[in-house]
Design a binder for this molecule. Structure first.
Ligand code: SF4
Ligand code: SF4
Length: 431
């Protein structure tokens, strides 16, 4: 029987009820010098130097852009140690010892409304670049590059769908700080010249819709609407979301801007608000620890916080005699990590800890469930077979690069085959 599905249990109901614990006073903060998008980086501070909140402490370097690193506490630079970053890699981290004074760098001063009104498109882009803002939904793509397009932008979309199970960072943000998201959207509209803003949320989030529409009453001079899209997975995938929200079909591989659209995650828009209004980089994030192998908890913590401290504060691991599976991010698209000495970065939202279960892969029974469930209409089984014999031509012909690594094929497979892993490996082979 074909197990085609786009509806998966999201495990969010209980997590949304958890109180948010504020853990903003870690003793030591660890800042990765590199990231998945920036394989090189350098710091501009030395051991013993005192830094302040918002101060630039280094630069990460990608192929086509640079991202400044900022201190998220005031304190003393203590040196370097290796830790795990969001991509699951062991990376060098600069350590700052928190002096618990929380002194702001002199550059961190609120802009007045008059100063904001006087900002040009170029000013917005420069502010967002200097704050080191990247896509906080997980892409980590630099926000200023999206905004400096020469294409005419008609609509900016705030993506608040957060379709990945177990993730509640965006939900909590929109419930608790809707005005900051809306204000960030308005700044992104001004920076891109778009006349229209759309906030896309899941249809079942009626409470979010009410909250946003109530908040929007203060911003009636702007053309912004809240649009409910589907509840299915992966509705947060931007091409599907844009099609549902504004009816624009964008082919895979094309730039959204060519179609007059820009898309930002709601957390990214809040970071734009903070950069423009408060001259602040991203200082903190909501981070959830969940799964059957750990005491579940939600935290607000500073970028640079060590995740083991949060695990301990949550009550520690459960069933300590059972080995654990650690997933950074969500269960569908997240990254498996082998160690828990992880640090919080801009794109950190969740750690899932599962008691390890024996999962024996069985042979493919050719049920075609993976093919029928795939949102980009490629053929996971054929791709897996091509990868196994390292047939690059076949992988290209089967369009492995269209895979968005959503994890649905693995989820529906009755033979428990890790198809998504083969998709990732196949993409790497043809790269
Ligand atoms: S992981 Fe890739 S191949 Fe599998 S369902 Fe998602 S898009 Fe399709
Ligand atoms: S890989 Fe799994 S889901 Fe796909 S056809 Fe084979 S058994 Fe079915």
């Amino acid at each position: 029987m074909i197990a085609k599905t786009k509806y998966i249990p999201d495990g969010k109901k209980e997590l949304k009820k958890l109180p948010i614990l504020h853990y903003l006073d870690a003793n030591f903060l660890y800042y990765p010098v590199t990231s998945a998008r920036c394989p090189e980086g350098e710091t501009c501070v030395r051991g013993g130097q005192f830094v302040k909140i918002g101060e630039v402490i280094g630069t990460r370097k990608g192929a086509f852009f640079e991202q400044p690193m900022h201190a998220t506490v005031s304190g003393e630079v203590k040196g370097y140690e290796k830790r795990i970053d969001q991509s699951g890699k062991v990376v060098d981290c600069l350590i700052v010892k928190n002096d618990k004074k929380y002194n702001l760098h002199p550059s961190v001063v609120d802009r007045t409304d008059a100063e904001i009104d006087a900002l040009s498109k170029e000013d917005y882009i420069e502010i967002i670049k200097e704050a080191g803002l990247v896509g906080l939904g997980g892409s980590a793509f630099p926000s200023y590059i999206k905004l400096q397009t020469k294409d005419q932008i008609n609509v900016v979309i705030a993506n608040g769908v957060e379709c990945e199970p177990y993730l509640i960072a965006d939900y909590s943000l929109v419930m608790n700080q809707p005005q900051e998201v809306i204000q960030g959207l308005i700044y992104a509209m001004k920076a891109s010249g778009a006349a229209r803003g759309v906030i896309a949320i899941k249809k079942k989030y009626t409470e979010i819709k009410e909250r946003l529409e109530f908040s929007l009453k203060q911003f009636t001079q702007y053309h912004i609407e809240v649009i409910s899209v589907g509840n299915h997975y992966p509705q947060g995938w931007e091409l599907d979301m844009i099609n549902r929200a504004v009816g624009i079909k964008i082919p895979q591989g094309e730039l959204l801007s060519k179609y007059g659209v820009l898309n930002f995650n709601v957390s990214t828009l809040q970071s734009i608000y903070n950069a423009v209004k408060k001259r602040l980089p991203v200082l903190e994030r909501l981070f959830t620890i969940s799964g059957n192998g750990v005491h579940n908890s939600s935290f607000r913590a500073r970028i640079g916080t060590q995740i083991p401290e949060l695990i301990e504060l949550a009550g520690g691991y459960k069933d300590v005699e059972i080995p654990k599976v650690l997933i950074l991010g969500g269960p569908m698209m997240g990254t498996n990590v082998q160690r828990d000495d992880i640090v919080m970065t801009h794109t950190s939202t969740s750690l899932i800890v599962l008691n390890e279960e024996v999962r024996i892969e069985e042979p493919c029974i050719h049920c075609a469930s993976c093919v029928y469930s795939c949102p980009v209409s490629i053929q996971p089984t054929q791709i897996m077979n091509a990868y196994k014999v390292k047939d690059k031509d076949a992988l290209k012909m089967l369009e492995v690069n269209k895979c968005i690594e959503c994890g649905l094929c693995s989820y529906v497979c009755p033979s428990k085959i890790h198809l998504t892993d083969y998709m990732r490996l196949g993409k790497r082979l043809v790269r």
